[in-house]
Write a protein that binds this ligand. Structure first.
Ligand code: BGC
Length: 361
């Protein structure tokens, strides 16, 4: 399942070009049969892009929205944004609304990667192409998937932990693992990346997983409950919490604060949320993963506008969603600790130094 897999890409939707020079497979995603030129038929002067988001509660999704809308608008499109507030029924209804409004393309960041297959089917029936944003939509006839290297996110989180645990000294290390939402395909891929690094150490007995669970809806309060349960089980006898993102890391750290353990055990994260960067400076969180959201959102806006105009886009790989090999574009990620916060998150303009360093030293 780990990207990139480069099996055959579907002839009807993709023209595969093998680049000898670059040694990569490049897919040209073309307008599909059945996708009418909605721009022409609906008489739009400007292409209209529908953006259906799972949630806007976490900082990262607000950034995704803002960057996406700004870029698409710059490219001459109008964007209609829907926020499903982590509700599958509502997100399917949101897509129905976008279809009714006559949008030319729909971009979906799904709450539930399975439930949204229905929405993709509805859009396809209406002749509207669909781009899955950041999270995969499984078992449906998706046009394009644009995301980060999610497997690498998991590998980097686990590798950081393994290296940092080794510095504590010899002996078995005990960790808690907080996975993401089971309904989010990314959570499974993060875990697979983590497993690749941890499995040999768990098998050899060098690392013991003392408590683990999936965090419903990625909610910090659910993460806190899981960390509380772990603390009840093992007391203070553990070395690290492998949290899959910054929101859940924040919840777990609340539980640690109540036990006087914050800053004494390692905690991972992901997203480079401002609060997480401040915790890294303050010493209660150990690392995060920086995902250049602007790059992904702007590229997705560019590709969405092209799909809206039924122009071809270049995909650099493909991803098996259970039904089709979905043409896929991936963006790289970076592990961030106190040591490289300035050179990554701050240097990239993701957060101003003043905000990141307003707490801690
Ligand atoms: C995203 C993460 C995010 C999480 C919770 C995942 O699908 O890739 O960046 O932290 O969802 O919203």
């Amino acid at each position: 399942m780990h990207f990139p897999q480069f099996p055959r890409m579907k002839l009807r939707l993709a023209l595969v070009v093998l680049s000898c020079l670059l040694s990569i497979v490049t897919g040209l995603v073309l307008g599909r049969p059945g996708h009418t030129s909605a721009t022409a038929t609906a008489g739009h002067i400007r292409p209209v892009v529908g953006l259906s988001l799972d949630t806007l509660k976490e900082e990262r999704w607000q950034r995704d929205r803002d960057n996406f809308v700004r870029k698409a608008t710059d490219l001459g499109a109008d964007v209609k944004v829907q926020d499903a507030n982590s509700d599958d029924v509502r997100q399917v209804a949101d897509v129905q609304t976008l279809i009714t409004l006559g949008v030319d393309v729909i971009v979906i960041a799904p709450h539930n990667g399975d439930a949204m297959a229905k929405a993709v089917g509805m859009a396809r029936e209406a002749g509207i192409p669909v781009l899955a944003y950041d999270r995969l939509i499984r078992n449906c006839d998706l046009d394009l998937y644009m995301t980060f290297d999610n497997f690498r996110v998991g590998e980097l989180q686990a590798q950081y932990l393994v290296d940092a645990l080794a510095k504590i000294g010899p002996g078995k290390k005990r960790i808690m693992r907080l996975y993401g939402a089971k309904t989010d395909n990314n959570a499974t891929v993060f875990k697979a990346g983590q497993d690749k690094v941890l499995r040999p150490l768990i098998d050899s007995g060098a690392i013991e997983v003392v408590h683990e669970d999936w965090v419903d809806d990625w909610k910090p309060e659910n993460a806190k409950k899981i960390a509380n349960a772990g603390l009840n089980k093992v007391g203070h006898n553990f070395d690290a919490i492998l949290a899959s993102n910054d929101g859940t890391a924040g919840g777990a750290i609340q539980a640690l604060i109540e036990e006087g353990l914050a800053g004494k055990v390692l905690v991972t994260g992901q997203d480079a949320d401002l609060a997480a960067c401040q915790r890294i400076v303050g010493g209660t969180q150990s690392m995060t993963i920086y995902k250049p959201l602007k790059k992904l959102a702007e590229k997705a806006a560019e590709y969405a506008v092209k799909l809206a105009q039924r122009r071809p886009v270049i995909a650099t790989g493909s991803y098996d969603n259970g039904q089709v090999q979905v043409p896929t574009v991936q963006v790289d990620v970076v592990a961030v600790t106190k040591d490289n916060l300035k050179e990554t998150v701050v240097a990239d303009g993701f957060h101003p130094a003043q905000a990141v360093y307003q707490t801690g030293q």
